[in-house]
Design a protein around this ligand. Structure first.
Ligand SMILES: Cc1ncc(COP(=O)(O)O)c(C=O)c1O
Length: 492
């Protein structure tokens, strides 16, 4: 960057160089010859790597160094948009979404008032209405808010469910309440328990309802648990049904759960953080039948719909409840005598003060793809899952955790190395099998060629969980993954 330039030229030159760095990273992200990651331990990063130091100094660093810092930050990170990155439910790098995020950062505003975010507030309203329509709610009767992730959206669901039944919670706190109980399946996301911990309900008061082999909540078990809680003098309040569980990708039977919630007058929340994207497809949306009977829904466009992190919608059927529950009317922010319609100062519906603009990138992607574009994308993810499922069935060294065609993009499987195939199934083999996935994963991270997650679940020892949410992934990447697992695990 030349010293001859004026301020504007200087700024332009600097930003163009930043864009160059970002663009070359994006190209590498899509390049199958480049690695998914170049792993270093924390102490190596802290010690400094080839001129890349994380130290903060008293004196300013020159812009040349700042550019190097930008480049190296990306270099030692993980390319979550790489076609062979399968580690998390959020993956892929959508270019329009990225442009949306750049614009959002440039606008650098706050969602709390219409005063400073008029366009974004209007977009949030449009998006929420569209999502209400898609879930099957009438568009005028519902409400919602974009939140910093599915965990926070699930937290909102418990906050409003509790307020609806016990509005005195807002002023009197938990001492004014009886012992309330929440229900979620044993495969539900841990954020339901986290909400109970945060809200002073306590994790012991979240009952884990038994699931069937596929990880779906068993309605009979839910009802039995509700009756048991009542017999114990507890007050059942809320059921979280999951539409697309984190590990198995299972859909709880929403219509049956809705019947039970109606019978016992319980709040029905559907955690569709992961599976909500299926609502965009005419072929697969039936898997969420019954969602229209929910009182509230979590739906994360930052997962299956490929919107850059973070973008999560909390949808609530009853208009006005969020506002009543959370509103505190801070006078310095939410003045009632502004020149515009202050119902658009939506910030008091939230549990935050400042709120990041998460809606623009989703709105822009929706404009660019149309609903049909999302549908094509998500149908393709399901085809990839189907392909993997068939491949696994056909290969001797792999075993499915549960049989049956994938309902979402999750496919769970074990790799059985040759040495283990000689040992009969039983506790001894299971103990050894439990160590296989972590060992392969460790080698995978060191080599940086691909990334997939593993976990145990209930009585199942460590297995791999594959998911598809990356538009860049092709069938050949699935073949690569399976061959890579075999290569890395053959000698175990
Ligand atoms: C079913 C389900 N609900 C909620 C969450 C939490 O979402 P977030 O990571 O956006 O907080 C996840 C995350 O994987 C999930 O799978």
């Amino acid at each position: 960057i030349s010293g001859e330039m004026n301020g504007e030229e200087f700024t332009e030159q600097f930003l163009l160089e930043v864009v160059d760095i970002l663009f070359s990273y994006i190209k590498k992200t899509y390049d199958r010859k480049s690695k998914v990651l170049d792993f270093h331990h924390q102490h190596q990063l802290l010690e400094g790597l080839e001129g890349f130091s994380l130290e903060l100094s008293d004196q300013p660093q020159p812009l040349e160094q700042i550019l190097v810092d930008c480049r190296d930050t990306l270099k030692y990170g993980v390319k979550t948009g790489h076609p062979r990155y399968f580690n998390q439910l959020s993956s892929g790098l959508d270019i329009i979404g990225l442009a949306g995020e750049w614009l959002t950062a440039t606008a650098n505003t706050n969602m709390f008032t219409y005063e400073i975010a008029p366009v974004f507030i209007a977009m949030e309203d449009i998006l929420l209405k569209k999502m209400h329509e898609i879930t099957g709610w009438g568009e005028t009767e519902a409400d919602g808010v974009f939140s910093p992730g599915g965990t926070i959206s699930n937290l909102y669901s418990v906050i409003v469910a509790r307020y609806k039944r016990f509005p005195e919670i807002k002023t009197k706190g938990m001492t004014a309440l009886p012992d309330i109980t929440l229900f979620a399946s044993e495969h539900s996301h841990y954020s339901v328990k986290k909400a109970a911990a945060v809200l002073g309900i306590g994790t012991d008061n979240v009952i884990a309802v038994k699931c069937d082999e596929r990880g779906k909540m068993i309605p009979y078990e839910l009802e039995a648990n509700i009756l048991k809680a009542k017999r114990q003098g507890r007050v059942p309040l809320y059921v979280c049904a999951t539409a697309g569980t984190t590990v198995y990708g299972a859909f709880d039977p929403l219509a049956n759960i809705a019947d039970i919630c109606k019978k016992y007058d319980l709040w029905m929340h559907v955690d569709a953080a992961w599976g909500g994207g299926l609502l965009m497809t005419r072929k697969h949306s039936f898997k969420l039948n019954g969602i229209e009977r929910a009182n509230s829904i979590t739906w994360n466009p930052h997962k299956l719909m490929g919107v850059p992190l973070q973008c999560s919608a909390f949808l609530i059927h009853e208009k006005g409840l969020l506002q009543a529950c959370n509103q505190l009317r801070a006078e310095y922010l939410f003045q009632p005598d502004k020149l515009y319609d202050v119902t658009y100062d939506t910030g008091d519906k939230t549990i935050q003060c400042g709120r990041h603009v998460d809606v623009f990138k989703l709105w822009l992607m929706w404009r660019a793809k149309g609903t049909r574009g999302f549908e094509i994308l998500i149908n393709k993810f399901l085809e990839l899952a189907e392909y993997l499922y068939k491949e696994l069935k056909a290969r001797d060294n792999f075993e499915l955790v549960f049989d049956g065609e994938p309902e979402l993009t999750n496919v769970c499987f074990w790799y059985i190395p040759p040495s283990l195939r000689r040992i009969p199934r039983g506790p001894e083999q299971e103990k050894m099998l439990h160590q296989v996935a972590p060992k392969i994963k460790a080698r995978m991270i060191e080599e940086g060629t691909t990334l997939v997650s593993y976990q145990p679940q209930g009585d199942k020892v460590n297995f791999f969980r594959m998911i598809f949410s990356n538009p860049a992934t092709k069938k050949s990447d699935i073949d690569f993954l399976l061959e890579e697992i075999e290569r890395l695990g053959m000698d175990l």
